[in-house]
Design a protein around this ligand. Structure first.
Ligand code: 2YJ
Ligand code: MG
Length: 268
């Protein structure tokens, strides 16, 4: 997850309903259903309604991002949780969350973003949660990933997790990763992906997962009415014109799908 800004999280908080409406249009799933479909196959019902969840601001490193914890809480409340931002940050905030009987605590520093279940000790990381949630969205939009070619852009932490999930759902994964050492390391640990050039991948694949930090290198001529793009990070690999052409098939927001899967995994 790129470091979000106050403007990023403010925009997401304001557009959460709009985002979910678009997500439903293209996948048939709202955020809750998407999270439950990600947690298990077939989906299990996770008791999100009324779950007590605290977001604790963390001041270490680059410090608190204004609106970050509030955005996490807005997403959790949207899912039906009883969610709040603790009055105190850091260790005092964790203690406060515990004293207020939080079942799950969300907290992020510059390196990690986790959801910690205080009852069973389960600790959920945002990278695989986000990757898996976006793959669920892509799978729902496509109907099935079995035997489908999927173009994956980037093999960072989110890209590697997405690759594993895509393969496990039956997809043939073509990958563009310009960092040869990173690509080789992924192949060496047995990740079943086929390295391709961007042009080759775009020619073969309608389904795309963008897990790169690079912006605007896929233009409108390279997308079709069949293209579905799962774009978890900021910025998008798609130009503004390509994003406009894709409409709701450009599935893109920086936090909501990740948080939905995190809380569902913490509570399942
Ligand atoms: O509590 C706060 O407001 C801040 N400490 C939030 C920091 C959010 N952290 C980030 O944006 C990091 N880039 C997250 C990295 C997670 C990697 N999986
Ligand atoms: Mg990106």
């Amino acid at each position: 997850m790129t470091r979000l800004t106050t403007a990023d999280v403010g925009a997401l908080t304001d557009r959460l309903r709009e985002f979910e409406a678009g997500l439903k249009e293209v996948t048939g799933l709202g955020l809750r259903e998407l999270a439950m479909n990600t947690v298990a196959h077939p989906p299990v019902c996770v008791p999100l309604y009324g779950a007590r969840v605290a977001a604790v601001p963390v001041t270490s490193g680059e410090g608190v991002i204004g609106g970050f914890s509030d955005c996490v809480v807005a997403i959790l409340a949207h899912l039906g949780c009883e969610a709040w931002v603790t009055a105190q940050p850091d260790v005092r905030g964790i203690q406060e969350a515990h004293d207020e009987a939080a079942e799950v605590v969300f907290l992020a520093d510059d390196f990690r973003f986790i959801a910690l279940n205080t009852g069973n000790g389960r600790c959920v990381d945002d990278d695989p949660a986000t990757a898996d949630g976006y793959v669920t969205a892509l799978e729902a939009a496509a109907g099935s990933l079995l035997g489908r070619y999927v173009l994956l852009l980037g093999l960072g932490p989110v890209g590697r997790a997405a690759a594993r999930r895509l393969v496990s759902r039956g997809a043939a994964v073509e990958v563009v990763e310009p960092d040869q050492a990173r690509l080789q390391a992924a192949l060496d640990v047995g990740l079943k992906v086929q390295p391709v050039t961007l042009a080759e991948g775009l020619a073969r694949c309608d389904l795309i997962v963008d897990a790169t930090p690079a912006a605007g290198f896929i233009d409108v001529a390279e997308v079709s009415p069949l293209t579905v793009a799962a774009v978890p990070g900021l910025p998008s690999a798609f130009t503004p014109a390509a994003q406009a052409a894709l409409g709701v098939r450009h599935i893109h927001e920086p936090l909501a799908i990740g948080v939905a899967v995190m809380v569902a995994r913490a509570l399942v």
